[in-house]
Design a protein around this ligand. Structure first.
Ligand SMILES: [Zn+2]
Length: 231
């Protein structure tokens, strides 16, 4: 059988499995979603967010890209973050990296990857900032592991630097920001970083809120669930 047909067949079996446990499983999902978590992970096929956390459909709002980066000019990740924080009102945002991350490894080389160079640049910056520490580690695998960890910590800090997160912290004392790393070798997740709402970050990244939230500067969605500040 062609490989893609196996996926379609597996889907049929999955539907039957879900219906066996709960006949109204899919009907219940149709109306809305209210996940507590935004998951920002690596695109790596070995790190499926729902599988490794035992989450069911509806529990995780997921964004994945190469090496789980939170780039402040990436409209994709920022749009996902804004929707998750301001509309879905998630309580937690998790950045999850993983050991043996190819993106991290390649960023430590001088190889030319074409367009991908631009994405890996963000990882090279993390490496450059921590170069002394990382280069002091003799074992290549341990050095790679360490950059994976430092990248996760850096991306969690990048979340805290966004006005999206800072506004939600100020108005609603959420979300909590988490940095985790997944170990492909054991299957276990490890906690690396935790930033609670209203944690003071470096001054230069801290926005000044010198205006009041008012109807003139707030937009609402038709159902009233969306409350966004004008840019
Ligand atoms: Zn990866």
């Amino acid at each position: 059988m062609e490989a893609h047909k196996e996926l379609l067949l597996a889907n049929k079996a999955w539907v039957q499995e879900k219906l066996k446990i709960r006949p109204d499983f899919f009907e219940r999902q149709v109306e809305t979603q209210s996940p507590d978590f935004l998951w920002i992970g690596c695109s790596d096929s070995r790190v499926p967010a729902e599988d490794i956390t035992g989450a069911e459909p509806g529990e995780l709002f997921v964004h994945r890209n190469i090496a789980n980066l939170v780039v402040h000019t990436d409209f994709n990740v920022l749009s996902v973050l804004q929707y998750a924080v301001e509309v879905l009102k998630v309580k937690h945002v998790i950045v999850c990296g993983h050991y043996n991350c190819g993106g991290v490894k390649n960023a430590m080389t001088r190889r030319d990857f074409g367009l991908l160079n631009k994405w890996l640049r963000h990882l090279k910056d993390v490496y450059r900032i921590n170069r002394d520490h990382i280069d002091s580690i003799a074992d290549p695998q341990a050095r790679w592991d360490r950059l994976v960890e430092m990248n996760v910590t850096e991306q969690v800090q990048n979340l805290a630097k966004t006005s999206i997160v800072q506004r939600a912290w100020r108005l609603e004392q959420r979300p909590m920001l988490h940095g985790w790393v997944y170990d492909l070798r054991t299957g276990y997740l490890k906690e690396l970083a935790l930033i609670r709402p209203n944690t003071k970050i470096d001054d230069i990244y801290q926005f000044e809120w010198d205006y009041q939230d008012s109807p003139e500067t707030t937009a609402s969605s038709p159902d009233g669930s969306l409350s966004l500040k004008s840019p």
